[in-house]
Write a protein that binds this ligand. Sequence first.
Ligand SMILES: [Zn+2]
Ligand SMILES: [Zn+2]
Length: 275
Amino acid sequence: MIMNLHTHTHHSPDAAQTVAERITAANALGLKYMAITDHVEINRYYPAEYYHAEETEEYFYNGKGVFEASAAETESLKATCAPLTLLTGAEIGQIPQDIEKSALIYNDPRVDLILGSVHELPGRPDFYFLDYAKEDIPALVTAYFEEVLRLAQTDCYDILAHLTYGLRYLPNRRAYDLTPHRGLIDEILMTVIRKGKAIELNGSGLRKPQPYIDPDLMLIKRFRELGGEHLTISTDAHDTKYLGFGVDLLEDMARTAGFDRLTVFRRHEPCFVNL
Ligand SMILES: [Zn+2]
Ligand SMILES: [Zn+2]
């Protein structure tokens, strides 16, 4: 197993286990590269009190505190985790909503890589919590991809995470026809390519009763067709038991899509690793 560049630890409000525990598991699996990318929802960068709000299951606050603790623990273990190469990162949600604070994290000298994610649209809850019976679904999906395009146009990420997150919780997700959104998706992919950034093959959906990968093979192939070079693999593990889940399959998918190498980022510099 080459890499898992998207993992959450006990520093994220929805995940468990320390970085040290993850390193032991990664070496047991034979992973070569693992990035620690705890949650920083940039629109809730400060603790809940700052916003006169309450911390709930739906809303993660204090991204700044999460990042500081996660980066400190990760950095302290980098020198002693061989044969694994450990990378310091963060998953920043909603970058276009606060580019200035996103840049603070992106430019932190400890950071190897940043995942850019859209988990929610401005003023709306995470897609996980939407009541889809009350939504105009094609309009919602268009708004999602428009927000991803705004993210892709920034300079605060290395890897565009889970490109189709906005579809993840749709009723009958696998039957949803992306054809009307293809132009917008091409624009996102071309922006990522022009900026020398990566997209990820996120395997968290492989753990679901109706398994999927995010994005699907058709979009990975399209990325390649348009000239995409930088692809990463991740399980988005929130628990050690999923650290290597589906990685072999994701590597096969990458090959099928026409990739013979993957990319890792060290201090934001892309480096190829043969598949
Ligand atoms: Zn995410
Ligand atoms: Zn994640």
